[in-house]
Design a protein around this ligand. Sequence first.
Ligand code: CAA
Length: 381
Amino acid sequence: MDFQPSEQQVLVRDMARSFAEAELMPRATKLDRQGFIDPDIFEKMGELGLWGLTIPEDHGGAGMGNLELAIVLEEINRACASTGVTLSVHNSLLGSPIMQFGTQAQKDRWLPELASGKRIGAYCLTEPNAGSDAAAIATSAKLEGDEWVLNGTKIFVTNGAFAGLFVVYARTDTSVSKAKGISAFLVPKETPGLSIGKAEKKCGIRASSTTEVILENARIPKDALLGPLNAGFKVAMYTLDGGRIGIASQALGIGVAALEASIKYSREREQFGKPIGDFQAIQWKLADMSCQLEASRMLIHKAAWLRDRKENCTQAAAQAKLTASRAANYCADECLQIHGGAGYTDHFHVERLFRDARITEIYEGVSDVQRIVIARGLVPA
Ligand code: CAA
């Protein structure tokens, strides 16, 4: 067993850290308040190759793995969780299933534009009546001649406002059990009949985009089917295994930011004649935060390592997400407590960390879904 990061991993971590500290940290509060990410940030991410981090070099990407993506996502989310989820969804929920299930023509058509950031990716699974029960989706896809015709409404779509390519999950067979009649489709934004609906106003990650995606007789070519017909639920679940490692990395980054803010404040803030960090009550909080974050990092790196080896990482990804999201919320909560009344105001960015951490226990599978996935691995049916 080797805990030493490779030379490439150190380089990519340092690159992501420098970018995050220079471009995101000073602006994250402003982005949160304005409710969108400035376009120049996306351009700089393109120049650094972040959009194509895990896309193979022969399709214009950096050809790195899930472990490097996790390392980068920790750094980006330490500075700005809105930018972090945008990047995570793009790489893990769109690039990944095309690489795994796409035909050569689909890879050639879409991966270079995803790698450059010309098209940002979005993942359309959730519907008003299909959240945790993802197999209950009602959006339909019917073959008419050489075209699929899609109808339905997707909600909570990250990157919806500016995505150039959507992976849409739709029902293609109603005669079989729920999960067995779903297929995945690649739908570009210019598809007639595709429109972007309501943008959500959120508790946290406010600069990220979360919208409805509406499909009204949206016509796409027959070869837009991603993966085998009626095997789309497996495409969705395989994809989410990787996405959950991304969200776990996001949680870790937020938690690290909370620990760092807590250490800084506990040195600066004096009460009862000394820095509050001299009190054991504060020291124990910092110690517990660091243990939870380090344990999360180990689980994340193990899950990413398994995925890079093409081994099953379903359980490991769920363990990483469950643990890291709990750690992020614990750290953000304790951080706010350490900051006292000032932490509850906008004098510090810790109130943003507190709001941003909360979503990590919800999206890409709520914590109880992660427990279901973990328990099924422990006690097979
Ligand atoms: N990889 C590949 N195949 C998988 C799989 C995986 N990880 N997990 C399950 N499958 C397969 C199963 O083997 C099964 O196949 P067979 O029928 O051939 O045996 C099939 O898929 C159905 O699996 P289940 O019986 O486990 O399905 P289920 O209906 O019981 O659902 C669930 C299980 C874990 C609860 C699942 O519905 C789930 O993960 N729900 C949460 C959905 C979710 O995370 N949504 C987030 C949406 S994205 C988002 O948050 C927004 C964003 O943009 C960030």
